[in-house]
Design a binder for this molecule. Structure first.
Ligand code: AHG
Ligand code: MN
Ligand code: MN
Length: 337
């Protein structure tokens, strides 16, 4: 927990920047702007039960999911907060089928912003935790014109910064630039994020598994074997505990702090699972790896997969290193290698 009192997110970012004399300050400006968007979204999420923003818009997003108004609010808030700073050449969001260009006459920057504006949105009406996920890359296309799809389809290990905001019992902003993962809790009284989770390290092994067990009968045999193994055996005197919120941000946040494993596997109905590589799995994998954990599709590192399309899905096994290695072993054994 925080040793220094009153370490605000802006102060932390600026002090971090001073340690890197080569830094231009652009990433700091981006993070500060993202934290502003986070505060606006957090306020709206907290009001969700009170205002007429609940309910369906009646539209579906790219992936066919129901879109609620708060998804759109979060999407538009992020665009408004991020598209005028001159930092980005292109953006992409879960809520837009295509890449998003900067408004005309805006300065084009060298970074790329990818985000899931509101994750776990089916939970909104039940006051269950939801989140925002973001991922930042440097552009790879030459020149200083608008960015392209190619800039958005980079393998995750190339991320410059990744983070999430969890709107839970409190609002927490977690980010990494690849070294060190830091968490800040929003003080609602004076509207500032304060360092609450300094240099987060995920335990090497946990005692919690997190997966939608309703899909059990569609799972690969190795995963069924693995879960039965966790249930049938004792580890330090107890079997593993099951926890599944159904909001990836919340499930991964718990996994980061307590250890264990979060999974969204492929199954016989959805070979690639449900979660999206570009703006869900890659940022979470970057954060969990930076905290000393592991994230794979059951065989290969998530961060090395070269995305083929913006909204593609990938199976994910993410969390404590030893837990992820063990499920990989069960999956491989069941496949006969
Ligand atoms: P989103 O709300 O952005 O579409 O994402 C929902 C995701 C994710 O948050 C969660 O891990 C997963 O859906 C839960 O899916 P199931 O209901 O199939 O378990
Ligand atoms: Mn999502
Ligand atoms: Mn979403």
């Amino acid at each position: 927990m925080a040793k220094k009192r009153f370490m605000t997110l802006p102060r932390h970012i600026l002090e971090g920047e001073k340690l890197h004399p080569e830094a231009t300050g652009e990433l700091s400006a981006i993070l500060l702007q993202l934290s502003l968007a986070a505060k606006v979204i957090s306020l709206e999420v907290n009001k969700a039960g009170l205002v007429d923003i609940l309910g369906f818009t009646g539209e579906s997003n790219k992936s066919g999911d129901e879109v609620k108004k708060l998804d759109i609010f979060a999407h538009e808030t992020l665009l408004k907060a991020m598209d005028h700073g001159g930092h980005f050449c292109v953006m992409a969001s879960e809520e837009d089928e295509d890449i998003i260009h900067l408004p005309p006459h805006q300065k084009i920057g060298k970074y790329v912003l990818l985000f899931d504006p509101l994750d776990g949105s089916s939970n909104i009406d039940a006051n269950v935790s939801i989140g925002t996920i973001f991922s930042i890359y440097k552009r790879v296309t030459p020149g200083d014109g608008p960015g392209t799809l190619e800039d958005c389809l980079q393998p995750g290990y190339k991320q410059e910064v990744a983070g999430y905001i969890l709107y839970g019992s409190s609002t927490v902003f977690v980010y990494t630039a690849g070294h060190g993962v830091y968490g800040f809790t929003l003080d609602p009284a004076f509207g500032e994020f304060l360092l609450s989770h300094d240099d987060i390290k995920i335990p090497k092994r946990g005692r919690i598994y997190s997966v939608n067990e309703g899909n059990y009968y569609s799972w690969p045999k190795g995963l069924k074997d693995y879960i039965k193994y966790l249930q049938a055996n004792k580890f330090n005197g107890k079997p593993y505990q099951a926890r599944y919120i159904g909001s990836m941000v919340a499930d991964v946040h718990r996994t980061l702090l307590y250890g264990g494993i979060f999974m969204y596997p492929g199954d016989t109905r959805n070979e690639k699972g449900k979660l999206r590589l570009v703006y869900e799995c890659n940022p979470m994998a970057f954060i969990v790896e930076a905290a000393g954990g592991r994230a794979t599709d059951g065989k290969k590192r998530i961060l090395e997969k070269v995305p083929e399309s913006l909204h593609e899905r990938i199976p994910i096994f993410i969390g404590s290193e030893e837990d992820v290695l063990l499920v990989e072993k069960f999956l491989a054994d069941a496949e006969g290698h």
